[in-house]
Design a protein around this ligand. Structure first.
Ligand SMILES: Nc1ncnc2c1ncn2[C@@H]1O[C@H](COP(=O)(O)OP(=O)(O)O)[C@@H](O)[C@H]1O
Ligand SMILES: [Mg+2]
Length: 275
């Protein structure tokens, strides 16, 4: 956009209009002036947020506050009314993203074998068979896959399906991975397994992750930052940093810094739901 400045004695064209305030260095996603209404009611109004690069941000807040809508707007699945969302200064269409849905049963293409579901993003990119095979081998190794990927998704257990859908989301090495309550339909054992795998992938690749979780322990356990949201119209209640070393383990759960971050998150959450 350009503005024309009128000053006594002349006109100076092409003075650039002020851009939105950029995020601090190391910001991956910059959200400015985001506004979203549903049925005439504001969910987000003039909402600003910076999401750091190579970090895991857990999104936590009251039921219905707009956690899913927030990540869906950033991922381009839900249109915004106004505002701007930039990825490292680029638009979404110039950014590779991956998305893991809560409901894994509806996330895979049922007519494709699991292996073809996982390879789908690579085929969309026009990768050669050799490249696809190499990447599939890497994914199988890093997820320690013990089940038969030639099966159709409906032939797999829930945990296996969700493992496959995370593999698909990571197949083309996205810059940002969105996860909307990825563990909520899984049993405890599978939750622990996938949580550890996600942490390993993160430690290997540094992929920026935005994780919605309704389980506070899980939200803190994986996070570098806990983004706490208010009731709607939704604002940032607080952003808590949690920087215990990785890999985090069962031991982490009893460390003072973990317990303190969880407690503080819970206090903010309770303050916001009572407000
Ligand atoms: N497509 C839609 N049409 C109307 N209202 C919606 C739609 N999607 C979400 N909402 C409303 O927006 C609010 C936030 O929804 P959501 O983002 O799913 O919340 P959360 O994930 O935090 O539980 C809720 O009040 C929900 O009813
Ligand atoms: Mg939700």
């Amino acid at each position: 956009m350009s503005a024309v400045l009128s000053v006594p004695g002349g006109v100076y064209p092409d003075v650039p209009a002020p851009a939105h305030k950029p995020g601090p260095s190391g910001t991956q996603i910059t959200i400015r002036g985001l506004t979203k209404y549903f049925a005439g009611w504001p969910l987000y109004e003039n909402f600003d947020l910076d999401i750091p690069k190579h970090k895991i941000v857990s999104v936590f807040g009251p039921n219905g506050c707009g956690k899913s809508t927030l990540i869906n707007m950033i991922a381009g699945l839900v249109p915004i009314d106004s505002g701007e969302i930039l990825f490292d200064g680029k638009s979404l269409k110039d950014t590779k993203i991956g998305y893991v849905f809560q409901n894994y049963r509806e996330a895979m293409f049922p007519w494709m074998r699991t292996i073809d579901n996982i390879a789908y993003p690579l085929k969309l990119e026009g990768r050669s068979k050799a490249e696809v095979d190499r990447r599939m081998q890497e994914l199988v190794a890093s997820f320690d896959v013990k089940f038969d990927l030639r099966r159709y998704p409906y032939e797999l257990s829930g945990g296996q399906q969700q493992t496959a859908s995370i593999m698909r989301a990571l197949a083309n090495n996205p810059e940002v991975l969105f996860l909307d309550e990825p563990f909520s339909a899984l049993d405890f054992e599978m939750t622990l397994f996938i949580r550890e795998k996600l942490q390993e992938v993160f430690m290997q690749t540094g992929t920026t992750m935005l994780l919605v979780s309704h389980d506070l322990e899980e939200a803190v356990y994986l996070a570098d930052q806990v983004l706490l949201l208010t009731k709607r119209p939704t604002r940032i209640a607080e952003i808590l940093a949690y920087d215990d070393a990785r890999p985090r383990t069962v031991e982490t759960l009893s460390e003072a810094s973990f317990i303190a971050t969880k407690k503080q998150s819970l206090e903010i959450f309770q303050r916001e739901v009572r407000r």
